[in-house]
Design a binder for this molecule. Sequence first.
Ligand SMILES: C[S@@+](CC[C@H](N)C(=O)[O-])C[C@H]1O[C@@H](n2cnc3c(N)ncnc32)[C@H](O)[C@@H]1O
Length: 246
Amino acid sequence: MVWFALRHPRQAWQFLRAPSALSHLLGGLAAPAEIKGWMREAGAVTQEINRRLHEASWKPGQSSGSTDSQDRGPVLYAVTRALRPTVVLETGVANGSSTYYFLSAMKANGKGTLHSIDLPPGTDTTSEYHKADMTAIAQGHGSGWLVPAELRAPWTLHLGDTRKVLPKVLESTPKLDLFFHDSEHTYEAMTFEFNSAWPCLQPGGVLGSDDVGWNRSFFDFVAANHLPTVRVGGFGWTRKPLPLKV
Ligand SMILES: C[S@@+](CC[C@H](N)C(=O)[O-])C[C@H]1O[C@@H](n2cnc3c(N)ncnc32)[C@H](O)[C@@H]1O
């Protein structure tokens, strides 16, 4: 952590203040101390993910491109614990780190279903992984292989391009509590996903995205809709306003 703070002081500060910033965004659904506790609770998931990745003949220097770092995944876990969502939709699965955090948090909540969208393995020819001659998914495995059998019951994996698959998934699950983007990080694809998911998000629902620094899509989206934001490392979070009480 000290090494990380020295190399990335701004991000380290964002992680440090994540519990209070997220608590504020969530309108007091959970106190900062609770969020901090859940981030700690997620440490067991991080350990298990890293153990499984290590066993999966991961190439040296290969990036899983995923949320399985000490702080990032636990933020997904804590947001899910605090929000207690009924329906979650994520785009971009790869090995399944984010999927694992969402499903673990839902199991602890005792409720929730997850829909995930990912390209079929081997067809992602445009991403940064492909360009760098790396695969985002460990060889010989399929999307979400990290997720253990005992967490899979509330999970549906939809394979295909998000531009085609997302509208269909939203047709069948028109009420979302949490949407998380981590698929194709182009301005066009991210804007498409945010604009598609937003009308389906329940009041008080949360929209998150990884890698918001790659282009301006997240910032343009929140500015156009006058929304509050929280940055935690590469993540950007916003929340759909609740109707005003009169
Ligand atoms: C960064 S990885 C996802 C990491 C994952 N969320 C995690 O935490 O481990 C991006 C994934 O999105 C998929 N992807 C890229 N472009 C896509 C698209 N247009 N539609 C659907 N999935 C896409 C890639 O195949 C890859 O599996």
